[in-house]
Design a protein around this ligand. Structure first.
Ligand SMILES: C[C@](O)(CO)[C@H](O)COP(=O)(O)OP(=O)(O)OC[C@H]1O[C@@H](n2ccc(N)nc2=O)[C@H](O)[C@@H]1O
Ligand SMILES: Nc1ncnc2c1ncn2[C@@H]1O[C@H](COP(=O)(O)OP(=O)(O)OP(=O)(O)O)[C@@H](O)[C@H]1O
Length: 269
Protein backbone atom coordinates (compact mmCIF):
# COMPACT_ATOMS: atom_id res chain seq x y z
CA UNK A 1 0.00 0.00 0.00
CA UNK A 2 1.41 3.42 -0.94
CA UNK A 3 0.47 6.61 0.91
CA UNK A 4 1.74 10.18 0.76
CA UNK A 5 2.34 11.54 4.29
CA UNK A 6 2.04 15.32 4.18
CA UNK A 7 3.73 18.10 6.14
CA UNK A 8 2.06 20.61 8.47
CA UNK A 9 2.61 24.25 9.26
CA UNK A 10 1.83 26.02 12.53
CA UNK A 11 -0.44 29.06 12.36
CA UNK A 12 0.47 30.76 15.64
CA UNK A 13 2.30 28.96 18.42
CA UNK A 14 2.19 29.95 22.09
CA UNK A 15 4.51 28.32 24.61
CA UNK A 16 2.57 28.78 27.83
CA UNK A 17 4.54 26.93 30.51
CA UNK A 18 6.98 24.17 31.34
CA UNK A 19 5.56 20.94 32.78
CA UNK A 20 7.01 18.59 35.34
CA UNK A 21 7.42 15.88 32.63
CA UNK A 22 9.87 18.12 30.73
CA UNK A 23 7.39 19.00 27.96
CA UNK A 24 5.86 22.43 27.42
CA UNK A 25 2.22 23.39 27.48
CA UNK A 26 1.44 24.87 24.06
CA UNK A 27 -1.39 26.27 21.97
CA UNK A 28 -1.08 26.19 18.18
CA UNK A 29 -3.14 25.73 15.03
CA UNK A 30 -1.75 22.86 12.97
CA UNK A 31 -2.61 23.05 9.28
CA UNK A 32 -1.88 20.31 6.67
CA UNK A 33 -0.01 21.32 3.50
CA UNK A 34 0.42 19.39 0.22
CA UNK A 35 4.18 18.78 0.55
CA UNK A 36 4.59 15.03 0.91
CA UNK A 37 6.84 12.02 1.38
CA UNK A 38 5.92 8.69 -0.24
CA UNK A 39 5.54 5.63 1.99
CA UNK A 40 5.14 2.06 0.75
CA UNK A 41 4.31 -0.76 3.18
CA UNK A 42 3.79 -4.29 1.82
CA UNK A 43 3.63 -7.77 3.38
CA UNK A 44 7.03 -9.45 3.49
CA UNK A 45 8.72 -12.59 4.94
CA UNK A 46 10.85 -10.32 7.18
CA UNK A 47 10.67 -6.77 8.55
CA UNK A 48 12.81 -4.52 6.32
CA UNK A 49 13.26 -0.76 5.92
CA UNK A 50 14.80 1.22 3.08
CA UNK A 51 14.71 4.88 2.15
CA UNK A 52 15.57 7.21 -0.70
CA UNK A 53 15.60 10.99 -1.12
CA UNK A 54 16.78 13.13 1.81
CA UNK A 55 19.14 11.29 4.19
CA UNK A 56 17.48 10.62 7.58
CA UNK A 57 19.78 11.18 10.58
CA UNK A 58 19.86 8.60 13.36
CA UNK A 59 19.68 4.82 13.60
CA UNK A 60 17.26 2.96 11.33
CA UNK A 61 15.56 1.28 14.32
CA UNK A 62 14.71 4.74 15.68
CA UNK A 63 12.81 5.68 12.54
CA UNK A 64 9.33 6.66 13.66
CA UNK A 65 7.80 4.33 11.04
CA UNK A 66 9.50 1.28 12.56
CA UNK A 67 8.59 2.50 16.04
CA UNK A 68 4.95 2.76 14.89
CA UNK A 69 5.17 -0.80 13.53
CA UNK A 70 6.64 -2.11 16.81
CA UNK A 71 3.88 -0.48 18.88
CA UNK A 72 1.15 -2.29 16.93
CA UNK A 73 3.11 -5.57 16.54
CA UNK A 74 3.54 -5.70 20.34
CA UNK A 75 -0.22 -5.40 20.92
CA UNK A 76 -1.66 -7.35 17.94
CA UNK A 77 -0.42 -10.87 17.02
CA UNK A 78 -2.04 -10.56 13.55
CA UNK A 79 0.54 -7.88 12.61
CA UNK A 80 3.07 -9.89 10.56
CA UNK A 81 6.35 -8.62 9.00
CA UNK A 82 6.31 -5.89 6.34
CA UNK A 83 8.76 -4.29 3.93
CA UNK A 84 8.81 -0.50 4.27
CA UNK A 85 10.16 1.97 1.75
CA UNK A 86 10.15 5.70 2.49
CA UNK A 87 10.93 8.31 -0.11
CA UNK A 88 11.89 11.30 2.03
CA UNK A 89 11.04 14.63 0.42
CA UNK A 90 9.85 16.75 3.38
CA UNK A 91 12.84 18.65 4.83
CA UNK A 92 13.99 17.19 8.17
CA UNK A 93 14.34 19.28 11.34
CA UNK A 94 12.37 22.00 9.62
CA UNK A 95 9.31 22.35 11.87
CA UNK A 96 7.15 20.61 9.26
CA UNK A 97 6.39 17.44 11.24
CA UNK A 98 7.52 15.10 8.46
CA UNK A 99 8.65 12.27 10.72
CA UNK A 100 5.44 12.52 12.76
CA UNK A 101 3.37 12.33 9.58
CA UNK A 102 5.23 9.24 8.33
CA UNK A 103 4.51 7.56 11.68
CA UNK A 104 0.80 8.46 11.68
CA UNK A 105 0.37 7.24 8.09
CA UNK A 106 2.20 4.02 8.99
CA UNK A 107 -0.24 3.42 11.88
CA UNK A 108 -3.19 3.96 9.52
CA UNK A 109 -1.75 1.70 6.81
CA UNK A 110 -1.06 -1.13 9.27
CA UNK A 111 -4.53 -0.72 10.78
CA UNK A 112 -6.06 -1.27 7.32
CA UNK A 113 -3.62 -3.91 6.12
CA UNK A 114 -4.16 -6.18 9.13
CA UNK A 115 -7.86 -5.36 9.72
CA UNK A 116 -7.19 -4.12 13.25
CA UNK A 117 -10.37 -1.96 13.24
CA UNK A 118 -8.76 0.69 15.43
CA UNK A 119 -10.76 3.92 15.73
CA UNK A 120 -9.19 7.33 14.99
CA UNK A 121 -9.24 7.92 18.75
CA UNK A 122 -7.24 4.74 19.40
CA UNK A 123 -4.82 5.47 16.53
CA UNK A 124 -4.28 8.98 17.94
CA UNK A 125 -3.44 7.42 21.33
CA UNK A 126 -0.77 5.24 19.69
CA UNK A 127 0.45 8.29 17.74
CA UNK A 128 0.79 10.23 21.01
CA UNK A 129 3.34 7.66 22.20
CA UNK A 130 5.52 8.48 19.18
CA UNK A 131 5.57 12.29 19.34
CA UNK A 132 3.62 15.40 20.27
CA UNK A 133 2.85 16.34 16.64
CA UNK A 134 1.94 12.81 15.60
CA UNK A 135 -1.77 12.60 16.70
CA UNK A 136 -2.65 15.61 14.51
CA UNK A 137 -1.88 13.62 11.35
CA UNK A 138 -4.54 10.98 12.11
CA UNK A 139 -7.41 13.36 11.26
CA UNK A 140 -5.07 15.63 9.27
CA UNK A 141 -7.40 18.63 9.06
CA UNK A 142 -6.93 22.12 10.60
CA UNK A 143 -6.87 21.62 14.37
CA UNK A 144 -6.12 23.60 17.52
CA UNK A 145 -3.52 21.70 19.51
CA UNK A 146 -3.19 22.12 23.28
CA UNK A 147 -1.45 20.27 26.12
CA UNK A 148 1.87 19.09 24.70
CA UNK A 149 0.19 19.08 21.28
CA UNK A 150 -1.93 15.94 21.62
CA UNK A 151 -5.18 17.58 22.79
CA UNK A 152 -6.87 18.39 19.48
CA UNK A 153 -9.95 20.31 18.46
CA UNK A 154 -11.09 21.00 14.88
CA UNK A 155 -10.98 24.67 13.95
CA UNK A 156 -12.68 26.46 11.04
CA UNK A 157 -9.61 27.97 9.35
CA UNK A 158 -9.22 27.70 5.58
CA UNK A 159 -6.33 28.87 3.44
CA UNK A 160 -8.00 27.54 0.25
CA UNK A 161 -7.23 29.68 -2.80
CA UNK A 162 -4.08 31.18 -1.28
CA UNK A 163 -0.61 30.45 -2.61
CA UNK A 164 1.80 28.95 -0.12
CA UNK A 165 5.50 29.67 -0.57
CA UNK A 166 7.72 27.61 1.75
CA UNK A 167 11.45 28.16 2.18
CA UNK A 168 13.86 25.90 4.09
CA UNK A 169 17.39 27.28 4.25
CA UNK A 170 18.86 23.93 5.29
CA UNK A 171 19.43 24.92 8.91
CA UNK A 172 18.53 21.89 11.10
CA UNK A 173 16.87 23.06 14.33
CA UNK A 174 16.49 20.46 17.10
CA UNK A 175 12.98 20.68 18.58
CA UNK A 176 14.25 20.01 22.14
CA UNK A 177 16.87 22.78 21.87
CA UNK A 178 14.33 25.19 20.41
CA UNK A 179 11.99 24.64 23.41
CA UNK A 180 14.92 25.05 25.81
CA UNK A 181 15.63 28.50 24.29
CA UNK A 182 12.19 29.97 25.01
CA UNK A 183 10.95 31.51 28.25
CA UNK A 184 7.28 30.41 28.49
CA UNK A 185 4.56 32.90 29.35
CA UNK A 186 0.83 33.55 28.94
CA UNK A 187 -0.54 34.58 25.54
CA UNK A 188 -1.85 38.12 25.23
CA UNK A 189 -4.79 37.11 23.02
CA UNK A 190 -6.77 33.89 22.56
CA UNK A 191 -5.43 32.06 19.51
CA UNK A 192 -8.93 31.14 18.30
CA UNK A 193 -9.93 34.84 18.27
CA UNK A 194 -6.84 35.85 16.28
CA UNK A 195 -7.34 32.98 13.81
CA UNK A 196 -10.88 34.15 13.14
CA UNK A 197 -9.56 37.49 11.82
CA UNK A 198 -6.91 36.93 9.08
CA UNK A 199 -6.55 40.71 8.60
CA UNK A 200 -4.90 40.77 12.05
CA UNK A 201 -2.53 37.84 11.47
CA UNK A 202 0.50 39.92 10.39
CA UNK A 203 0.38 41.82 13.69
CA UNK A 204 -1.07 39.24 16.06
CA UNK A 205 -0.53 35.64 14.89
CA UNK A 206 2.76 34.94 16.62
CA UNK A 207 5.11 31.95 16.79
CA UNK A 208 6.88 32.17 20.17
CA UNK A 209 9.93 30.31 18.79
CA UNK A 210 10.77 33.12 16.35
CA UNK A 211 12.42 35.48 18.88
CA UNK A 212 15.17 33.08 20.01
CA UNK A 213 15.61 31.22 16.71
CA UNK A 214 15.86 34.51 14.73
CA UNK A 215 18.45 35.82 17.25
CA UNK A 216 20.59 32.70 16.71
CA UNK A 217 19.99 32.51 12.93
CA UNK A 218 19.37 35.99 11.42
CA UNK A 219 19.18 34.35 7.97
CA UNK A 220 15.79 32.86 8.95
CA UNK A 221 14.48 36.31 9.92
CA UNK A 222 15.66 37.66 6.55
CA UNK A 223 13.65 34.98 4.71
CA UNK A 224 10.51 36.13 6.51
CA UNK A 225 11.23 39.77 5.57
CA UNK A 226 11.78 38.80 1.93
CA UNK A 227 8.44 37.02 1.80
CA UNK A 228 6.72 40.19 3.04
CA UNK A 229 8.65 42.35 0.53
CA UNK A 230 7.50 39.96 -2.23
CA UNK A 231 3.87 40.61 -1.27
CA UNK A 232 2.94 37.93 1.28
CA UNK A 233 -0.06 38.94 3.38
CA UNK A 234 1.28 36.70 6.17
CA UNK A 235 4.67 35.09 6.80
CA UNK A 236 6.00 33.13 9.77
CA UNK A 237 8.37 30.39 10.79
CA UNK A 238 6.71 26.98 11.12
CA UNK A 239 6.97 25.21 14.49
CA UNK A 240 10.51 25.15 15.84
CA UNK A 241 11.89 26.07 12.40
CA UNK A 242 13.79 26.53 10.28
CA UNK A 243 11.18 26.45 7.48
CA UNK A 244 9.41 29.78 6.87
CA UNK A 245 6.10 30.05 5.03
CA UNK A 246 4.48 32.95 3.23
CA UNK A 247 0.82 33.22 2.22
CA UNK A 248 0.05 35.12 -1.00
CA UNK A 249 -3.25 36.12 -2.62
CA UNK A 250 -1.76 35.46 -6.10
CA UNK A 251 1.09 33.36 -7.46
CA UNK A 252 4.35 34.64 -5.88
CA UNK A 253 6.86 35.92 -8.43
CA UNK A 254 10.51 37.01 -8.34
CA UNK A 255 11.40 35.10 -5.19
CA UNK A 256 14.97 34.21 -6.04
CA UNK A 257 16.32 32.42 -3.01
CA UNK A 258 19.78 30.79 -3.17
CA UNK A 259 19.80 27.55 -5.18
CA UNK A 260 20.78 25.46 -2.12
CA UNK A 261 17.58 26.50 -0.31
CA UNK A 262 14.58 24.17 -0.59
CA UNK A 263 11.56 26.07 -1.94
CA UNK A 264 8.02 24.80 -2.45
CA UNK A 265 5.16 26.79 -3.92
CA UNK A 266 1.59 25.69 -4.56
CA UNK A 267 -1.93 27.09 -4.55
CA UNK A 268 -3.84 25.55 -1.64
CA UNK A 269 -7.19 23.85 -2.17
C1 LIG B 1 7.19 22.43 17.66
C2 LIG B 1 6.04 21.53 17.28
O1 LIG B 1 6.30 20.97 15.99
C3 LIG B 1 4.78 22.37 17.17
O2 LIG B 1 3.75 21.71 16.48
C4 LIG B 1 5.85 20.40 18.28
O3 LIG B 1 5.61 20.92 19.58
C5 LIG B 1 7.01 19.43 18.33
O4 LIG B 1 6.49 18.16 18.35
P1 LIG B 1 7.40 16.86 18.08
O5 LIG B 1 8.45 17.18 17.07
O6 LIG B 1 6.46 15.74 17.83
O7 LIG B 1 8.14 16.73 19.47
P2 LIG B 1 8.40 15.44 20.37
O8 LIG B 1 9.11 14.42 19.55
O9 LIG B 1 7.17 15.02 21.08
O10 LIG B 1 9.41 16.06 21.45
C6 LIG B 1 10.74 16.41 21.15
C7 LIG B 1 11.25 17.26 22.29
O11 LIG B 1 10.69 18.59 22.20
C8 LIG B 1 10.36 19.09 23.46
N1 LIG B 1 8.91 19.36 23.53
C9 LIG B 1 8.06 18.88 22.57
C10 LIG B 1 6.71 19.19 22.61
C11 LIG B 1 6.24 19.99 23.68
N2 LIG B 1 4.94 20.33 23.76
N3 LIG B 1 7.09 20.45 24.61
C12 LIG B 1 8.43 20.16 24.55
O12 LIG B 1 9.19 20.60 25.41
C13 LIG B 1 10.80 18.04 24.49
O13 LIG B 1 12.10 18.40 24.90
C14 LIG B 1 10.85 16.77 23.68
O14 LIG B 1 11.79 15.86 24.18
N1 LIG C 1 10.49 9.05 9.16
C1 LIG C 1 11.29 10.03 9.62
N2 LIG C 1 11.47 11.15 8.88
C2 LIG C 1 12.24 12.17 9.36
N3 LIG C 1 12.88 12.15 10.53
C3 LIG C 1 12.72 11.07 11.31
C4 LIG C 1 11.93 9.99 10.89
N4 LIG C 1 11.94 9.06 11.86
C5 LIG C 1 12.71 9.55 12.84
N5 LIG C 1 13.20 10.75 12.53
C6 LIG C 1 14.04 11.60 13.39
O1 LIG C 1 13.29 12.79 13.74
C7 LIG C 1 14.09 13.97 13.62
C8 LIG C 1 13.29 15.18 13.08
O2 LIG C 1 12.01 14.81 12.62
P1 LIG C 1 11.06 15.79 11.79
O3 LIG C 1 11.44 15.87 10.37
O4 LIG C 1 9.66 15.39 12.15
O5 LIG C 1 11.42 17.16 12.47
P2 LIG C 1 10.74 18.52 12.34
O6 LIG C 1 10.49 18.83 10.91
O7 LIG C 1 11.54 19.50 13.11
O8 LIG C 1 9.35 18.26 13.00
P3 LIG C 1 8.54 18.98 14.14
O9 LIG C 1 7.68 19.97 13.44
O10 LIG C 1 7.78 17.82 14.66
O11 LIG C 1 9.49 19.59 15.10
C9 LIG C 1 15.22 13.59 12.67
O12 LIG C 1 16.41 14.20 13.09
C10 LIG C 1 15.31 12.06 12.70
O13 LIG C 1 16.40 11.64 13.48
Amino acid sequence: MITFPNAKINLGLHILGKRSDGFHEIESCLYPIPLTDALEIIPSPALTFSSSGNAIPGAEADNLILRAYQLLANDFPEVSPVAVHLHKHIPIGAGLGGGSSDAAFALQTLNRMFDLALSDQKLAEYAGKLGSDCPFFIRNNPQLARGRGEMLEEVAVSLAGNWLFLVHPGIHVSTAEAYAGVRPGPATKKLADVLANPASWKQELVNDFEKSIFANHPEIARIKERLYVAGAWYAAMSGSGSAVVGLFAGEPKNLNFPSDYFCFSQQLS
